[in-house]
Design a protein around this ligand. Structure first.
Ligand SMILES: Cc1cc2nc3c(=O)[nH]c(=O)nc-3n(C[C@H](O)[C@H](O)[C@H](O)COP(=O)(O)OP(=O)(O)OC[C@H]3O[C@@H](n4cnc5c(N)ncnc54)[C@H](O)[C@@H]3O)c2cc1C
Length: 475
């Protein structure tokens, strides 16, 4: 239950202009932006200092944003291109206004990060060329933003979990009640509270409630602290849920990954090979689209349709490519075998099935130019499922097999927000004093996920929320 304003005060109280709940990219960008605008800020971080940074800390934190062709990619990428990609991948369901605002602000937000000292390098290869990657990864991004916040005199309170919103008699959000090292405290944000405290991916009860029975066993890729607190607090105070609560972001993971906070153990090179299930059969079109537009969907397919685990198979043509290693950080060694029969025995799939799968796949490969940087149309046709691009026969042993499964990164369901990141209640009205940024914002992702979009989403809307709140402070 939200704390009524009049009853706040029985515990220690602190007052700032802006209270930011959560210290990932969204919360940190919000706190820094509010401070740059002259507002007094506190950032509440549920984690201890050494585990700060939420999902952002575990990520490579690659970002897509509009840019001109440069040394990292041969093509221009416009705000319209980005808008079209994000809308297409959500099958038209994403909130057009929120997506337009995200795309229109992504470049200047990236430039702002560059101005703070963020250095970039090329993102993963073969992803259509729009990704840029912070050289220092997500952990470095978190440290950079903390240094900036500290330099500006912003306060950070670690091991402090917001538990409830404080609501006054006009329904304005006045602050949060939190569990902190000094006990229960009330922290007022005269001009606003920004919820930037992640989705519910680390809350197994909510996962099963919204995603289904199988979701209890998913490998958690990122922070253990994102347990849906912000979503629950806001909805208890009347916020409208929005977006696709029954879906989530995931990735095709090495099945030997640690069960929690495994970080980047995803296989980003499966388009160079094929997947087989435990029957030794293929079950999806590995070359359907660029990897950035399929990895979330495929990972869910492995979990929900292929029985939870599968194998990704390659031959030496793929394995020896320089970028193979760049797109897979091994959790363990691959299984190697000189013959398909031996491979089948080693990965414990029916020998005859695997032999038949490879023979029919290899025979179905069509001539054409193999080019991982474009949808090359070099396909395996006349088989089910086909492979629509990047099909080469697997015929150069030793064959390579890597066990794969799906994991969970963050959840898609969130809060209804306007383009200023203000939260909307179930009556359709703005909840004065309440903002959401990053993962708690709904209506951005549906079904699938356009790679490299979540960190930039957090950065953009963190800054938008903070600019709005800081302007209220001045007013
Ligand atoms: C392994 C991995 C790789 C990824 N790679 C990419 C990538 O390359 N590009 C990309 O765009 N996205 C990537 N993502 C997704 C992306 O990192 C996240 O979705 C994004 O960083 C989320 O930012 P955020 O600020 O919304 O949340 P987070 O970074 O998760 O921060 C949430 C914060 O809220 C805190 N918190 C939670 N509850 C409370 C509470 N009650 N009170 C106070 N604090 C609370 C948490 O401790 C944390 O500090 C990846 C994620 C993972 C795990």
């Amino acid at each position: 239950m939200p704390v009524p304003f009049g009853s706040a005060g029985a515990v220690a109280q602190y007052t700032f202009d802006v209270v930011v709940v959560g210290g990932g990219v969204a919360g940190l960008c919000a706190a820094v932006t509010a401070r740059e605008a002259g507002a007094g800020v506190v950032l509440l971080e549920k984690a201890p200092r050494e585990q700060r940074g939420g999902n952002t800390r575990f990520a490579d934190a690659q970002m897509r944003f509009p840019h001109e062709a440069d040394e990292f990619g041969p093509r221009d990428y416009s705000a319209d291109d980005m808008f079209n990609d994000l809308m297409r991948i959500s099958r038209g369901r994403a909130n057009e206004d929120l997506i337009r605002t995200l795309c229109d602000n992504a470049r200047q937000t990236a430039d702002w990060l560059t101005g703070l000292g963020l250095e970039w390098e090329q993102g993963y290869p073969h992803t259509a060329g729009y990704r840029r990657s912070p050289k220092s990864g997500g952990a470095g991004l978190v440290d950079l933003l903390h240094r900036r916040l500290e330099g500006l005199g912003g306060a950070v309170s670690y091991e402090t979990a917001a538990t409830e919103l404080i609501v006054d008699e006009t329904r304005r959000i006045r602050g949060v009640r939190a569990h902190s090292p000094e006990g229960v405290v009330d922290i007022f944000g005269t001009n606003g509270v920004i919820l930037a405290c992640g989705g519910f991916q680390a809350n197994v009860e909510m996962r099963v409630r919204y995603l289904g029975r199988y979701a209890d066993s998913l490998i958690l890729r990122g922070s253990r602290y994102n347990t849906g607190d912000g979503l629950n607090m806001a909805m208890a105070a009347g916020a409208a849920p929005a977006g696709q609560w029954g879906d989530y972001h995931s990735a095709v993971l090495d099945a030997r990954s640690p069960r929690i906070e495994c970080g980047v153990t995803a296989l980003y090179n499966y388009q160079m090979g094929i997947f087989v299930n435990h029957d030794g059969r293929r079950f999806l079109d590995e070359g359907e689209d660029f990897r950035d537009h399929t990895y979330v969907k495929f990972s869910k397919h492995i979990v929900e349709v292929a029985g939870g685990e599968a194998w990704c198979l390659f031959d030496q043509k793929a394995y020896q490519r320089e970028e193979f290693a760049r797109a897979w950080r091994p959790v363990g060694p691959p299984v190697l075998a000189e013959t398909v029969e031996d491979l089948a025995r080693r990965i414990e799939v029916p020998e005859a099935n695997l032999v038949e799968t490879l023979e029919s796949f290899n025979a179905a490969v069509q001539p054409g130019v193999y080019d991982l940087d474009r949808l090359d149309g070099k396909r395996a046709a006349g088989i089910t499922p086909p492979k629509s691009n990047w099909a080469l026969p697997l015929d150069e042993p030793p064959y390579v097999a890597i066990p794969v499964t799906g994991g969970i990164t963050f959840t898609f369901g969130g809060l209804k927000c306007d383009t200023s990141a203000r939260v909307i209640d179930t009556r359709g009205q703005v909840m004065e004093g309440l903002y959401a940024a990053g993962e708690p914002m709904g209506e951005i992702f549906y079904y699938n996920y356009p790679g490299a979009s979540s960190v930039i989403r957090g950065a953009v809307y963190g800054r938008i929320a903070a600019s709005h709140a800081a302007a209220q402070a001045k007013a």
